[in-house]
Design a protein around this ligand. Structure first.
Ligand code: 4AZ
Length: 834
């Protein structure tokens, strides 16, 4: 159950429109004087009168309309402590008499404060109390002003020093106040067109409350919405908020979640603003017994949203710092890898044996905060000696000149982050890196890592001043890179040297689809210089019919066009429009920006064509939906062994719309009617590793179940293109299968480069994808699943490959090998009609 449903729900948002006042009427005496004049005079007077009247109306319109527009609605969020009040339970419920009574006193007091200051009095509209919390009583409120643009800075200044004004309130007021906190409300929350909802929840001991964005997980959150969750814990407790799933739009300007250490959205109390996709720890702690979570969306794209668990945990003072001794050890910022608490100060003294020096390496380091310059670090930072460090870095290192080092960590009241995880080691001053290479940043790396093309030091010092060997490319900028990276479509040198002179065309030449080279000047000049028309493709005019080759796209009417990947790109290239037919495929209803090895949890519904093929209730292979009755998998998944007849349809159950293997109840299940392995599949070479499966009953497509697009035989997937692999396979070589569907981004790798890396084992029906540094790959159990390639112009995902084989998983220089689907387009059509 959504625990939030149990809390009081109210929508206090009021629409406060500008009050309109009229100017005094015209002077009536002047009008009386005009009585009794001659006809002409009367006519002239009437004309003059009409002129003056229209002038006055014009002036009035100008005054109210144009000048009124220059007034900007500003809402200030504030909190204050009422020192002479004691908290009663009724203050938690805005409908209670106690709440209303105290709220009206607070509003009167605020009115009194604002009326004292002419600049505020003039622009003040009204205030509303949002909530109260313990200690003595803290009041949270919003005050609305309509401020002319020119006065904004002044009003901001007065508001920021409001605590001085409150001292001047009349003695009649019953409330004694202090600890006033103010800031202008985030302008994205001010819009009057947003639907606004506020939920309140008092957490129960030992019970987690779940808060979810509206519609989660089945529907994307709504547009133009602001939802606030007001969370309270018992006195003496703080709130721990853990996001279990988080998928919002990448751009925080559009949609965002803000978490506040307050019950009103005061900027100085914001813990963080988050958007995009998170699959790792995203946990916040309040400093007191209240927290406010806000979700704000606009009308640009909606995403699945989030689910979070809120619990109350006992308040304990954060202990951190201390004395660290020995030759090595680790230490972290408080609560790492959760977000560190605000207003924290820690100090570690690292003392290593006499005669040795200290080296600290920060494996993880993140203290990012809006308004904080990474060179000055005035908000949250780590300080070692005179050096202050903030921002984010993966290779921070500090070394001492004695056997002692002091590391300080400081956080202020707003914005918290993940902090750091660090390792310290003692080193011999005369030999900082025994038998190792000493980087300029004092890191030690293995000698073989020097000049190997990889930036192992982090500061590239291991790749400088290198004599390139015969197996390396000499980059113009002095780096040496492995030869097999040459011409792989990726700029490894940094200055593109490794991608120049790739045996195709010179820099001032255009590479035709048929690999001919023509002068760049011939591109889009109206002449078919390449012979295949590719130099005239996508020049902003209609595609031209060209003789059919294996590089051209064949329309339904058997004519061929020269356009690159014309299918479903939103542009009609074929004269019969067939390139834009059958395009109800490859659309991601639920999309995010980023186990498979080195991947992350997919968002539920993100890969709606992903299938889990199971035998006796266990996941065995992946597959992809290509129509309501057919799926594609790998032939090696359907080879019989001594125990199981994988080639038989009755062995299998196929699950659709599945996210976590722990909950199959929500997924669609189908049995199979037939299994067709490619007749040329070779069990030794894995050549022709493709199979088709027909379902016993057609699927009904919805948001979480839909087909992927199949590429035509001419579809081009260039080396270097970023593609996604998905599956429930092992999360490391020899490891266990994933529970939640995993996704990982990899790149397509040049065929020649890959064949060299795979010792010549590639055939023309295989393609390679991976991250050559290692760490990201498909693995056992991902087989049969999709290699997803997004065609940006049309926004459709194409099935570039089927997970087939590899030399282990995620090893350096060992990409994953995939069956090239475009080579099987004819066979698929022949066997399935799709
Ligand atoms: C497998 O055993 C498997 N690293 C699939 C993919 C890869 C390796 C093994 C690629 O199903």
């Amino acid at each position: 159950m959504d625990a939030m449903d149990t809390g009081p729900r109210y929508t206090p948002d009021h629409e406060l429109e500008m009050a309109v006042q009229f100017l005094p009427a015209s002077d009536s005496k002047k009008l009386e004087k005009r009585k009794g004049l001659g006809k002409l005079t009367i006519v002239l007077s009437a004309v003059a009168f009409a002129f003056i009247l229209s002038l006055i109306i014009g002036l009035l319109l100008w005054h109210y309309h144009l000048r009124g527009e220059a007034n900007i609605k500003k809402i200030y969020a504030g909190s204050m402590r009422l020192t002479n009040q004691a908290f009663v339970n009724g203050y938690e419920n805005p409908n209670s008499t106690e709440f209303k009574d105290l709220a009206s006193q607070v509003v009167s007091q605020l009115n009194e404060i604002y009326y004292k200051e002419p600049k505020l009095r003039k622009n003040y509209i009204s205030s509303t109390v949002q909530a109260f919390s313990e200690g003595s009583v803290i009041a949270y409120y919003l005050s609305e002003f309509h401020v002319p643009e020119k006065d904004q800075v002044e009003v901001d200044r007065i508001i920021s020093s409001i605590d001085k004004l409150q001292g001047r309130t009349g003695s009649s007021s019953r409330l004694l106040i202090d600890a006033i906190n103010y800031s202008a409300l985030d302008s994205r929350m001010v819009s009057s067109t947003k639907q606004s909802t506020r939920y309140a929840q008092h957490l129960q001991p030992n019970v987690a409350s779940v808060i979810e964005s509206p519609g989660f997980p089945n529907y994307p959150y709504p547009s133009n919405t602001m939802v606030q969750w007001e969370l309270r814990a018992d006195p003496g407790y703080i709130i721990k908020l853990e996001f279990e799933s988080f998928s919002l739009e990448e751009n925080c300007k559009n949609d965002f979640v803000k978490v506040y250490d307050s019950l009103v959205a005061i900027e100085s109390r914001v813990l963080n603003e988050i958007c995009g996709v998170f699959s790792d720890h995203l946990t916040f702690h309040s400093s007191g017994n209240v927290m406010l979570v806000t979700l704000v969306t606009n009308d640009v794209m909606n995403f699945p949203g989030f689910r979070a668990r809120a619990t109350q945990v006992p308040l304990s003072t954060t202990t951190c710092g201390g004395i660290l001794t020995g030759n090595s050890g680790t230490f972290t910022s408080p609560k790492y890898p959760d977000f560190y608490p605000q207003l924290t100060q820690c100090e570690w003294t690292i003392r290593v044996p006499q005669g040795k020096f200290v080296k600290v390496v920060f494996d993880k380091f993140r203290m990012v905060e809006p308004g904080q310059s990474n060179s000055v670090c005035q908000k949250d930072y780590v300080e070692i000696g005179t050096r202050k460090m903030c921002g984010t870095s993966s290779n921070l290192m500090e070394a001492s000149q004695s056997n002692e080092m002091t590391v300080k960590f400081i956080s202020d009241s707003s914005y918290v982050d993940r902090g750091f995880s660090a390792t310290y080691t003692a080193y011999e001053p005369s030999d900082p890196c025994p038998l190792m290479f000493l980087c300029a940043n004092k890191r030690c790396i293995k000698p073989v890592q020097k000049c190997d093309g990889w930036n192992d030091c982090g500061d590239s010092s291991d790749e400088k001043n290198c004599q390139c060997g015969a197996t390396q490319v000499s980059c113009k900028n002095g780096f040496c890179k492995p030869m097999f990276w040459k011409c792989d479509g990726i700029n490894d040198c940094g200055d593109n040297t490794d991608e120049e002179n790739c045996g195709v065309c010179k820099p001032d030449e255009f590479t035709c689809a048929n690999d001919h080279c023509v002068s760049m000047k011939m591109r889009c000049d109206g002449q078919n210089d390449c012979d295949d028309g590719s130099d005239e493709a996508t020049c902003g005019k209609e595609a031209i019919d060209v003789p059919c080759t294996d590089k051209t796209y064949k329309c339904k009417n058997n004519k061929c066009v020269n356009s690159l990947n014309p299918e479903c790109d939103g542009v009609k290239d074929c004269s019969d429009g067939s390139d834009e037919q059958n395009c109800d495929c490859g659309k991601q209803y639920t999309k995010s920006a980023g186990r498979i090895v080195g991947g992350q949890d997919a968002v539920d519904g993100e890969w709606p064509w992903q299938v889990s093929l199971q035998v006796r209730g266990s996941h065995v292979c992946g597959a992809s939906i290509i129509s309501d009755s057919w799926i594609v998998t790998a032939a090696h998944c359907v080879q019989d062994d001594t125990k199981t007849r994988y080639s038989q349809p009755q062995t299998w159950e196929a699950y659709f719309g599945l996210h976590t293997q722990k909950d199959k109840s929500k997924a669609e299940k189908r049995n199979l009617k037939q299994v067709i392995a490619h007749p040329s599949y070779n069990t030794y070479t894995f050549d022709y590793d493709m199979a088709l499966m027909e379902l016993d009953r057609p699927l009904t497509f919805g948001n979480k179940i839909r087909p992927i697009c199949l590429p035509s035989p001419s579809y081009s997937f260039p080396a270097g293109k970023s593609v996604w692999i998905t599956g429930w396979g092992a999360t490391k070589e020899g490891g266990f299968a994933a529970t939640v569907l995993q996704k990982a981004e990899v790149r397509l790798i040049n065929e020649t480069v890959c064949n060299n890396l795979m010792n010549g084992l590639l055939t023309s029906r295989m393609m390679c994808a991976g991250v050559l540094t290692g760490g990201v790959d498909a693995c056992q159990g991902d087989s049969g699943g999709p290699l997803n390639s997004l065609n940006a112009p049309g926004g459709h995902t194409f099935l570039a490959g089927v997970v087939s084989w590899g030399d282990g998983c995620a090893r350096r220089n060992k990409p994953g090998i995939y069956t090239t689907v475009s080579k099987f387009r004819g066979w698929i059509k022949e066997r399935t009609g799709v």
